[in-house]
Design a protein around this ligand. Structure first.
Ligand code: GLN
Length: 512
């Protein structure tokens, strides 16, 4: 048994709990203590629920003592991205406009976590309304990357990834509209999975772009991701786009970790030029490991992927402009009275509230989306983008005729420094060049750690993509690669990250 419970994987904790070698209370307390020790500088959490998490843990301990048959993950605590609504727990989506809002209901995935007996540690930091690749757009100050506190942890779900990478939680929930689970996983040396669109209910996710949004697991190992995937996945009558098919057998695939005879397609458009040399080098090594494990390599071309970013930045803001219209100061959240207007109209209150409550990036996208949907431009912009989306889906279909999975680096660069891309939105958007095609086509994707870049010693992610509803292939390939790489490294990559308790640095609020 490891002496430090926070270093254990969720699968190991589940075993210890089942064998009653530790209590859920001990496991939960260990993670809360770790948060007290390191989250000042990291700022992974917007809200920590010590009382609620310990009460849920105590309940599990009592039920286990009473001989009740419990879920395998009962007593394993989890952190939840703040874009997912949690009954009785503040939920802000990283925005001022929702400051102080306490939802009256749970998202379906949260209901499932609670039913499995998983204590919720708290809500994690994120770019406002999940718009960004660095958490610098959070209204509450950024999260720092545990590998280097001067760098971004990725985004929008940088808080969930950093919580996992700094051992404050064994598991976390993220959401991925264009890469917000996978890119943070890549730059923090963790595992992130975006399931097939509709694989996890969207009921209770604060919507960014409904046709792209998908919740999924943020973990330190592929098996842990599979275990969590099976808890949160599956049909939900509250989400009309949720799939009715059973959840793919991801845990079995992760345990088998078998790739013999599997055809791995290298996407020509998502490698080489534009990718940092160390990122490209770790990608090529990972492919070699898979070949060594028995996989075959084919090269595929997906020409429409070069237009994916452009299509995404029309489809996504269009949906954003509609989804964010509900933040009108009338029903919940912030209400700002226009200055010096005694008898302000509802419209004036809405305008003042939205002006004060939304950050620049959110406003930029609402304006862009409203423009793209306006009657004179609808066909030229939104209509064209939808056509590109169809072409991308066709490219995937053709590629999956010759390959069982597609692979690429997850992100073109390793973690960049704070402020580096804030003045140039386009350079920030480029971070998602390799992750966005999956969202536009609804196919599942995963990022697994593939090593450290030579030039900066920072983590690099390896992306695996599979056909819709074939999520188990991600886990087979991810687990096979993970097994080979951890053997080559002599242990998990995260064991090489710095010891945060030895750091003395001002809290992140000081950054802005
Ligand atoms: N970084 C992308 C964006 O800013 C993706 C966001 C996401 O997946 N939520 O839109």
């Amino acid at each position: 048994m490891t002496t430090d419970l926070t270093r254990s994987t969720a699968a190991e904790l589940a075993d210890l709990l089942t064998r009653r070698e530790v209590s859920a209370r001990e496991v939960t307390q260990a993670h809360l203590d770790r948060t007290r020790a390191v989250d000042g500088p990291v700022h992974a959490y917007l809200h920590v629920d010590e009382e609620g998490a310990l009460a849920a843990a105590a309940d599990i301990d009592a039920r286990r003592a009473g001989g009740e048959e419990l879920h395998a993950l009962a007593g394993v605590p989890i952190a939840v991205k703040d874009v997912v609504v949690t009954k009785g727990l503040p939920t802000t989506a990283g925005s001022r406009i929702l400051q102080g809002w306490v939802p009256p209901y749970d998202a379906t995935l949260v209901t499932r976590l609670r039913a499995a007996g998983m204590p919720i540690l708290g809500k994690t930091n994120m770019d406002e309304f999940a718009m960004g690749s660095s958490t610098e757009h959070s209204a509450y100050g950024p999260t720092r990357n545990p590998w280097d506190l001067g760098r971004i942890p990725g985004g929008s779900g940088g808080g969930s990834a950093a919580a996992i990478a700094s051992f404050q939680a064994p598991l976390a929930i993220g959401t991925d509209t264009g890469g917000s689970i996978r890119q943070p996983a890549a730059v923090t040396g963790t595992v992130g999975t975006k399931p097939t669109y509709g694989g996890v209910s969207r009921y209770g996710l604060i919507a960014m772009a409904s046709s792209l949004d998908q919740a999924g697991p943020c973990t330190r190992t592929v098996l842990d991701a599979a275990l969590l995937h099976e808890v949160i996945g599956g049909h939900d009558v509250m989400d009309s786009t949720s799939l009715t098919a059973p959840v793919p057998a991801v845990v079995a695939a992760a345990r088998r970790a078998e790739v013999t005879g599997l055809r791995i397609g290298i996407v020509r458009e998502l490698t080489g030029e534009g990718f940092q040399p160390g990122v490209q080098a770790r990608f090529e090594e990972a492919v070699a490991h898979l070949v060594d494990a028995g996989a075959e390599v084919v090269e595929v071309s997906c020409p429409s992927f070069t237009s994916a970013l452009a299509a995404y930045y029309l489809v996504m803001p269009s949906e954003v402009s509609s989804n964010l219209a509900k933040f009108d100061a009338m029903r919940y959240g912030l209400r700002v009275w226009p200055e010096g207007v005694a008898d302000a109209s509802a419209e004036q209150v809405m305008a003042a509230t939205r002006d004060a409550g939304f950050g620049d990036e959110v406003k930029r996208r609402i304006i862009l989306g409203t423009y793209a949907l306006s009657s004179g431009y609808y066909d030229a912009y939104y209509g064209s983008a939808q056509k590109v989306r169809t072409l991308i889906a066709r490219d995937f279909a053709a590629a999956f005729e010759v390959a069982d999975v597609l692979v690429s680096p997850t992100s073109p660069t390793t973690a960049f420094a704070f402020g580096e891309k804030m003045s140039d939105p386009l350079s920030m958007y480029m971070q998602d060049i390799a992750t966005i095609p999956a969202n536009l086509a609804g196919v599942p994707g995963m990022s697994v750690p593939s090593g450290l870049a030579d030039e900066d010693g920072l983590p690099v992610g390896f992306q695996i993509l599979a056909p819709a509803m074939a999520d188990e292939r991600l886990y087979a390939v991810g687990a096979a690669l993970e097994a080979r790489l951890t053997a080559a490294w002599g242990g998990p990559l995260l064991a090489r990250a710095q010891d945060l308790t030895a750091q003395s640095i001002a809290p992140t609020e000081a950054l802005s």
